[in-house]
Design a protein around this ligand. Structure first.
Ligand SMILES: C[S@@+](CC[C@H](N)C(=O)[O-])C[C@H]1O[C@@H](n2cnc3c(N)ncnc32)[C@H](O)[C@@H]1O
Length: 349
């Protein structure tokens, strides 16, 4: 049997950005084929732990096989990362030293014939990450009004021909397969120009809408901060401008002490920074990586570090002292008993 592969993007950069250390606890919110997860487990050994999450049950199966050697240090959960905080509470997996989001789809999903993510394979217009979701891309295509389709394709696909595409879709309905939709779009805006297929933006828009990708990302980022322990790292790899804008604005806002509108004479928001930007500039793949793995070409990695409050810092120092007093020296706060105490400390507002 041909073993499917997904090449992890910006792998070395991700491990550096997460500052993975032996004994650390990490969350991979987008497990996929387990490529980043395997590297995190390698670098956090001995004693590292990983909670891996993926909405796609198939990704969990593939990762379970790949991460078999680490089964005693991993917990793999088939869930949507929109429920990140609830998952961590349920499995008692907090605080953590690093959280990774490697957004989008894996090569398995794009290359899979039956999922409907790609206009290169004939398949029903599905595009759901999980079979538990109710609404498919076909439902959206065949039941939305022309105005709704126009809005969706423009907003989520940033497609300048959205109006014409929406009108033609409504004329051609019912549209049931990927190839039927791709051909409908080609009839409106012509064939492939350069490397970008004319259906790329509409397919992106549909996938974002079916899976509520942008709303889920925003919600999960807010939860992620609450789960990070002392100097914990948040690392996000995004693949299109809509995702990257959300990540950039979130990290910028959370790294400011005041977010009042410009010109406000005195601060009225009371906001305090909870993140510190580690690199102000976005990290992108090298030319060599893009040549080796063309799917990495649009990747953008952003990283920030958790700033704990003064109260948390005080608690942390107390716990460190406690670690020394019981003879657990370096990294004592990673000891499971200490982690429990640390977790209690971090629950202090
Ligand atoms: C680019 S792949 C990750 C690849 C992985 N880093 C690796 O090295 O193999 C993205 C994965 O995130 C999953 N995913 C996307 N959105 C999700 C969500 N809201 N909740 C959970 N998983 C999600 C997809 O199912 C896919 O498997």
């Amino acid at each position: 049997m041909l073993v499917p592969t997904h090449i992890p993007v910006l792998l070395k950069e991700t491990i550096e950005a997460l500052a993975v250390q032996p004994g650390g606890r990490y969350i991979d919110c987008t497990l996929g084929g387990g490529g980043h997860a395997a590297a995190i487990l390698d670098h956090s050994s001995p004693g590292g732990q990983l909670l891996g999450i993926d909405a796609d049950p198939n990704a969990i199966k593939i990762s379970e096989a790949r991460l078999q050697a680490y089964s005693s240090s991993t917990l793999l959960i088939n869930e949507n990362f929109v429920n990140l905080q609830a998952i961590c509470i349920k499995y008692d997996f907090l605080p953590v030293h690093g959280i990774l989001f490697d957004l989008g789809l894996s090569s398995f999903q794009l290359n899979s014939n039956g999922r409907g993510f790609s206009f290169q394979h004939k398949a029903p217009l599905d595009m759901r990450l999980s079979p538990n979701q109710e609404v498919t891309a076909a439902d959206i295509i065949n039941t939305s009004s022309e105005t709704e389709l126009n809005h969706l394709i423009k907003r989520y696909g940033e497609e300048s021909h959205s109006h014409r595409i929406a009108r033609r879709i409504v004329q051609e309905r019912p549209i049931k397969t990927t190839l039927q939709l791709a051909q409908t779009i080609e009839q409106v805006i012509g064939g492939r120009r350069g490397k970008i297929h004319p259906a790329t933006r509409t397919f992106q828009a549909l996938r974002i809408a079916v899976n509520h990708e942008l709303e889920h990302l925003e919600a999960a980022l807010k939860q992620a901060i609450n789960l990070l322990g002392f100097e914990g790292r948040l690392v996000v790899i995004s693949y299109h401008s809509l995702e990257d804008r959300i990540v950039k604005q979130f990290m910028q806002q959370e790294s400011k002490d005041c977010i009042c509108p410009p010109g406000t004479p005195t601060c009225i928001c009371g906001h305090t920074a909870r993140l510190r930007l580690i690199k102000k500039k976005v990290i992108t793949p090298s030319l060599a990586e893009v040549q080796l793995n063309p799917r990495s070409r649009s990747a953008k990695l952003r990283v920030a570090e958790h700033i704990s409050t003064q109260a948390q810092d005080e608690q942390y120092k107390t716990i460190e002292k406690l670690c020394f007093s019981v003879g657990v020296e370096t990294g004592g706060w990673r000891n499971p008993t200490m982690l429990k105490k640390l977790r209690l400390a971090f629950s202090t507002p």
